[in-house]
Design a protein. Structure first.
Length: 277
């Protein structure tokens, strides 16, 4: 089912390929890991699963074993023939696309609700997850393997050292938790960092009713000077009366506000003329 490290090396060599550093390719070479990911995803017969960055198909095949309908997206045109030969005979739909610019309404048209299960390249993981939450509501559940630091930012809450802009954005759209850790030894080549599995579940409605453009304009501005008190980092943007209306101390720092507090502050501000779009 899953290729061993030697099999991955032999398969790549047979096709004159090597892992692409530019694409952040680290292939999973451990059957226990891919089965664990498929199990944690909680998918099965009748579920539509999207995998981004399918690589050589190790995780793809574990997802197929669950009985789910799998669509695998891969950007590497040199790797695609190998991936197709491995997973298309098992009923997987393979799509060549860049996940950051993909036409998701077309790719996901066959089903109304999708679960994303993916080993995401470290260099695009955070922006990709945030873009999917922003613009692809058909993806209702996500289980993603990402670099530990990125995963901690996605799942962080108020009081966590990693809490920041990505944490607030995830909390606006969804709930997120660290579902497990993955050591470097299960990959070929082995990365120099630890990975984590992050489970993200989209909310039925956003956490707050504040306009997201206004809310995240405030969040970006405040976290741009995260060591400063809000009355300083948001000077000229948020008047003292707005802090009072929102029930927020102007002496607070951005990492002290959860998404509910940011929503109240966005609703309390009359205008945001000095914030960049």
């Amino acid at each position: 089912m899953t290729f061993s490290p030697r099999e991955i090396q032999d398969l790549l060599a047979a096709h004159g390929l090597a892992p692409s550093r530019a694409l952040g390719q680290n292939f999973v070479a451990d059957p226990n890991t891919v089965r664990r990911i498929a199990r944690l995803a909680g998918v099965g017969a009748g579920d539509a699963v999207l995998e981004i960055g399918a690589g050589l198909g190790s995780l793809t095949r574990a997802l197929v074993e669950t009985g789910a309908s799998v669509t695998a997206v891969e950007i590497d045109r040199y790797l695609l023939p190998v991936l197709r030969s491995v997973v298309e005979p098992e009923g997987v739909t393979v799509v060549e696309a860049d996940a950051l610019t993909a036409d998701w309404p077309v790719i996901l048209a066959a089903h109304d609700r999708w679960t994303l299960v993916a080993n995401l390249p470290y260099n695009v993981a955070t922006p990709l997850v945030l873009d999917l939450l922003d613009g692809v509501p058909a993806i209702a559940d996500l289980l993603v393997m990402v670099q530990r630091e990125a995963g901690e930012r996605l799942a962080a809450g108020v009081g966590d050292p990693a809490y920041g802009i990505p944490s607030v954005k995830v909390a606006y759209w969804a709930t997120a938790t660290i579902a497990g850790r993955v050591p470097p030894t299960v990959f070929v080549p082995q990365p120099k960092v630890e990975s984590v599995l992050v489970r993200i579940t989209r909310r039925a409605t956003p956490a707050v009713t504040a306009d997201p453009t206004r809310l995240f304009a405030l969040v970006r501005t405040a976290f741009g000077q995260r060591r400063k008190m809000l009355r300083r980092s948001l000077a000229g943007v948020v008047e003292a009366s707005a802090f009072e209306r929102a029930g927020i101390r102007p002496e607070a720092r951005p990492e002290e506000l959860d998404v509910d507090a940011w929503g109240r502050l966005a609703d309390a501000v009359d205008d945001l003329p000095s914030l960049a779009p």
